[in-house]
Design a binder for this molecule. Sequence first.
Ligand code: HDL
Ligand code: ZN
Length: 430
Amino acid sequence: MAPQTRRPARNTTPLATRVAKAIATTPVQDIHTHLYDPAFGELLLSGIDDLLVYHYLVAEAFRYLTVPFEAFWRLSKREQAEWIWQELFLERSPVSEACRGVLTTLEALGIDVRRRDLRQIRGWFSAQDPRRHVDRVLDLAGVSTVCMTNSPFDDLERPVWERGFRRHDRFKSALRIDPLLLDWKKSCKTLQAWGYKVSPALTPRTLGEVRRFLGDWSRRLESGFLMVSLPPEFTFPDQTEAARLIEGAVVPHCTETGQPFALMPGVRRGVNPRLRMAGDGVGLSRLEGLRNLCDAFPETRFAVTALARENQHELCVLARKFRNLHLFGCWWFLNTPSLIGEMTQMRTELLGLSYTPQHSDARVLEQLIYKWRHSREVIGRVLVQTYDALESTGWRVSEGELRRDVGALFGGEFARFSTPAPAPAAMRHR
Ligand code: HDL
Ligand code: ZN
């Protein structure tokens, strides 16, 4: 007779409640945003007009706008925001993820969206105390820290770093180097102007000077890692300047300083330049270059988020093969509930808890609220299913273990990945 299969005594609190509590109360370390420390002033975007002219909404509004693109770009930010509010919120229901996000944020801030009154919403934001508003938004979003995207090549941002400022302790830094790798011809001249002895030819001396540049800015930013977005065609090894700069300068710098190198393949810039920042698209990336990097540099840690949905499964399998590869986020066009759910379930099934399910990519301060509320909802649903399946084996998960696991997913695992621990004592002298 089949042995009696007695289901283990379950925790009296329903699992879904326990998971939801862990998700809701575990703060997130948001490892990729385009937000700025308040010391950067206007560069830290905030308020309803910036929320409405977000490039995701610009792209969606242009699908209905029949006016010439330039007519829209000639408008003021307020006029653009009014047009987007009219087209995407009043003329038709705001059902897209980016539209719903604006409303999730407003509702969380206590603004009555049923009135649909843009003037009243503007009044609410202008009445906020800017000094308190930043921390209030991070707290409301359940975010402990955000990582900025900092570029020495940004003419508005660079002077603030060069002047120096008192850091807000919840704003971390990542050194973004797209111009260096993707437009070496121009960046070589820029580095020369900044006093680095570089030449267009990537000689050992030039590569040494590029490392000096990376060292100077890593120290100035106190950057946690370096990042670059890459076109789908990027591969390694290769004769491109990007591949040669990565091999000759970026990887040695990251290995020497212990910073991960975050690669973000799959973006096709300027698919429709008329849309300006909203005009970028996606392409299927070749991942063998990433495999070759992980294999050639086992002591360097690579964090990766790929933009094409179709790359995600191969990327998960690659992460199973290389412990120096950490996957993060549902980037950009993947940051939708259906795709977050699909990717989080696949990653958990294949990688356990050794990845980072999400980053917000927020460009406007208050977006943190909706991007994390929407992501927590989806990640929570996947984890309920995950732990329910686990507990049906008889294994039980305590509340403390749930909080531990969620903390790992919400930044703890990326922090562990980013700081190499010494080998365990037992392994040291073998
Ligand atoms: O390159 C990137 O970091 C992307 O995230 C782009 O900034 C993009 O415009 C974006 O904001 N995506 O969410
Ligand atoms: Zn980004």
